[in-house]
Each structure stands twice: as structure tokens, then as C-alpha cells.
Design a protein around this ligand. Structure first.
Ligand SMILES: [Zn+2]
Length: 418
């Protein structure tokens, strides 16, 4: 589409001077000027022909470019399934449409993905992609072993023609045999269907409460984009230590990120800047790569204009810091009046949880269970932001970060290196 737009622009570029000149009295152009104009026009036309030729060739030969699966439209196919020994239908197809795919519902998963990706990807809004209650030929106890996997495909294959990179969701009633309410594949997995082998992503959820369902779907769909969990970094009474191995990773510990556990409030939280960079939703124009000390402005991660939404600070060794600012709105507003500092291991993300929220008001509350279980531990993570006037100092990398100003629209930070 962009290329056709370019061609039109070029045509306008040729035609506008032509028409302008046609209205100009002939005697203004000397024969020499006219000859020059003709040469220029011929060059422009040749250029146009060349572009058209390239376009035609691209259309005829299949593209070998590997495209980013996390951009553009995503077809999400949802099956409402129940078990042969327990026929329950706790919600309707209409409920699920409104909750997940309906873009007119501001709280839908579809709107969440559009906002998160700055419209770089979207879930197709199509009610026909939701298949109404279908009783599987397996029992409740048999279901859990195959939940969220390609093993359910044979039961629904006759209903739909799958295509590469569909996201398949199985929603089933509460299941007393399942240990977790939900699960998803990390990105795509090759699966044999009636129409051939395709890369498909799977989500399985067994819950009847629509609010829980909406929380889980936003999280699980993140996994289908290849995202791991957003964790926190627990170093006891300090924010960081020299040897990172001495700290503890708390799985799901970032309580401000949908890939963590932001369920303490009703707010719908974006994926972090590092995740968005990995998915191709934020590019180098939106994430500043820090190369010198200075004062910088970061705009909220939720904002749509093309501004800086994050700062990446490469450290020696295998680590980066990512700085981000989350709009201080909603139930969790008071916890977000500051800068979030994320510690990131440099290797590829896929499947590996390597993004950790640093706690700027640390207390020695971790009980060593690698999970947020006590109120103390939750409180400890909630005060992670670096508030106005506060300073974070990393003596091992000789780095100082100070939050200078926080307001609803932006955050100003001073960064001193070396
Ligand atoms: Zn998860």
C-alpha cells in the first residue's frame, strides 16, 4: 500500500509541474530551459518505470523475506468447549466476543493489543471466529492433560480452516483436575491440520469468571507473541549487588506489567518497553540508547505520539538497564509516580524470563520462595518506582540515575555515567 502511495506521490510530482507549466505563458521558458525541463521529466519517468517494474516483479515472485509475525492483523480463533461428562455453558459466545475481539469495547483484549502495539498489530474483529459451545469426546479429567495444546485440534478441525500464525484459544468450564487456570505456547508451534502443517499458537483457559478470564487472556496472548514473564529483582535490603547471582529472581514479580501479576488493581497494564522493543512495537526512535550523561525526558509507555518511551543503558557484561515511565492513572496511580528501572540480560528473549524490575525502596522481605506470597513481599515490590528527587546509584557500573520531575505527561531524569 505504501509503495502505491509513493507512486501516486511521484505521479503528482510529475503532473503538478506539468500543469503549472502548461498555464504559464510560453515565452517565459526559453528553448534551452524547455529542453532542460524535458530532460528532467524523462529522468523522472524513467525512475517511475523502474519503480513500477520492481513492484510488478515483487508481486509475481513470492517474497522470501522473513516477516515479523507480531505485526499486522492476527486471526484469533476461539472455541468454547466442554467435557462429555460435564455439559456446562457458563458464558455465551456474545460474552466472549465482547471480552476479547470486540474493538468497540474499550476493555477488550483487542483494544489492549492495539494500544500496546501503537496499532502495529491488531486482533481481527470477527464474531465468526468464535465457535459456540462444542462438547469434546473427552472427560473433564482427560481434558487437563491436553489443555492449551495442538492435541485438541483433531476435535475441532472440521469446523475451521486454519492458516499459518493463527492464535487458537480453547475456553472450557472450571476443571477440578487442572493445576492452573491457564496456559499458552511460547510463540508458535508447527501443527498438522486437515489443511496442512501450520505454525499455530495456543491458549487454554478453564475459568468461569469473566473478569479473571479477561486478566488471563491479556497475559496468555503475550506468551503467544513470544513474551516471557515480567519479574522482579530481590536483593534483600539493597536494590542491586555486585554479583547478580546473589539476588533472587521473583517470577511474575513486576506488578505493573501484564506479563507479571498486576492483579492488585483493576488497571490494565501495558507490556514493558523491553518487551515492546523485542516485538517490534517500539523502535530505536522510541527507545533512546544512552551514550552520554544528561537530562532526558521520558513519555508514558501508553502514549501514542512518536516520542521517547524508554531509555536503554548498556552496562559492561551481559546486562542492560531499561528505564520506563507508566502513566500515573487509575487504582495504581500512587505507585507509578516515578521511574521504573528494569534490569535486562542481553540474550534473546524468547522463552527466557530475563527482565527484572529493580526495587528502589528495598527491604529484606523475600522469604526465599521465589514468588510473591506475603503482603510484605507485595508491598515491597509496589514501592519500586524511583520517585521525584530520589537517586539510584549503581557503584559497580558507576552510574547515577535521578528522577528530577514527574507529572501526568512526562518524567525528567538525570543520568550520569562514569
Ligand atoms: Zn504466564
Amino acid at each position: 500500500m505504501k509503495k502505491y502511495f509513493l507512486i501516486v506521490l511521484l505521479l503528482v510530482g510529475v503532473l503538478v509541474p506539468l500543469t503549472t507549466r502548461a498555464q504559464t505563458p510560453q515565452n517565459i521558458l526559453t528553448p534551452q530551459a524547455r529542453a532542460t525541463l524535458i530532460v528532467q521529466l524523462q529522468a523522472k519517468l524513467a525512475d517511475l518505470q523502474q519503480q513500477l517494474f520492481i513492484l510488478m516483479r515483487e508481486r509475481q515472485t513470492p517474497s522470501v523475506t522473513i516477516t515479523n509475525p507480531n505485526l499486522g492483523g492476527q486471526r484469533v480463533i476461539i472455541f468454547l468447549v466442554n467435557y462429555k461428562d460435564k455439559d456446562r455453558r457458563p458464558y455465551t459466545k456474545e460474552d466472549i466476543y465482547n471480552l476479547v475481539l470486540n474493538r468497540d469495547n474499550p476493555l477488550s483484549t483487542a483494544n489492549f493489543i492495539t494500544e500496546n502495539s501503537y496499532s502495529k498489530t491488531y486482533l481481527e474483529d470477527n464474531k465468526d471466529n468464535i465457535y459456540d459451545w462444542h462438547t469434546l469426546p473427552i472427560t473433564e479429567s482427560e481434558y487437563c492433560g491436553v489443555r492449551a495444546s495442538e492435541y485438541l485440534i483433531p476435535y475441532v478441525d472440521h469446523l475451521v480452516e486454519f492458516k499459518d500464525r493463527d492464535k487458537i484459544v480453547f475456553l472450557a468450564p472450571v476443571n477440578s483436575y487442572c493445576h492452573n487456570l491457564g496456559g499458552a505456547t511460547n510463540g508458535y508451534t508447527p501443527v498438522l491440520t486437515d489443511e496442512g502443517k501450520f505454525n499455530l499458537a495456543f491458549i487454554g483457559l478453564t475459568t468461569e469468571d469473566l473478569l479473571t478470564l479477561s486478566h488471563y487472556i491479556r497475559h496468555e496472548i503475550g506468551h503467544t507473541f513470544g513474551l516471557p514473564h515480567a519479574n522482579s529483582w530481590e536483593c534483600g535490603a539493597v536494590a542491586i549487588v555486585r554479583n547478580q547471582e546473589d539476588c533472587e529472581k521473583i517470577e511474575y514479580g513486576d506488578m505493573f506489567d501484564t506479563m507479571g501479576r498486576p492483579w492488585f488493581s483493576n488497571d490494565i497494564e501495558n507490556y514493558n518497553v523491553r518487551f515492546k522493543e523485542e516485538l517490534g512495537w517500539l523502535d530505536s526512535a522510541s527507545i533512546l540508547l544512552l551514550d552520554e550523561s544528561g537530562i532526558y525526558t521520558i513519555y508514558p509507555i501508553e502514549s501514542t505520539p512518536h516520542q521517547i518511551r524508554g531509555i536503554k543503558i548498556p552496562l559492561t557484561g551481559e546486562l542492560n538497564y531499561y528505564l520506563e515511565y507508566r502513566s500515573p492513572k487509575g487504582d495504581s496511580a500512587r505507585y507509578k509516580q516515578g521511574l521504573f528501572i528494569l534490569l535486562n540480560k542481553k540474550q534473546q528473549l524468547v522463552g527466557d524470563s530475563n527482565v527484572f524490575l529493580v526495587d528502589n525502596t528495598p527491604h529484606a522481605t523475600s522469604n526465599g520462595d521465589n514468588f510473591l506470597n506475603s503482603a510484605d513481599e507485595i508491598d515491597d515490590v509496589l514501592d519500586s518506582a524511583l520517585k521525584e528527587g530520589q537517586t539510584f546509584y549503581d557503584p559497580y557500573n558507576n552510574l547515577t540515575i535521578k528522577t528530577l520531575e514527574v507529572n501526568d505527561n512526562y518524567l525528567k531524569v538525570e543520568i550520569k555515567k562514569g
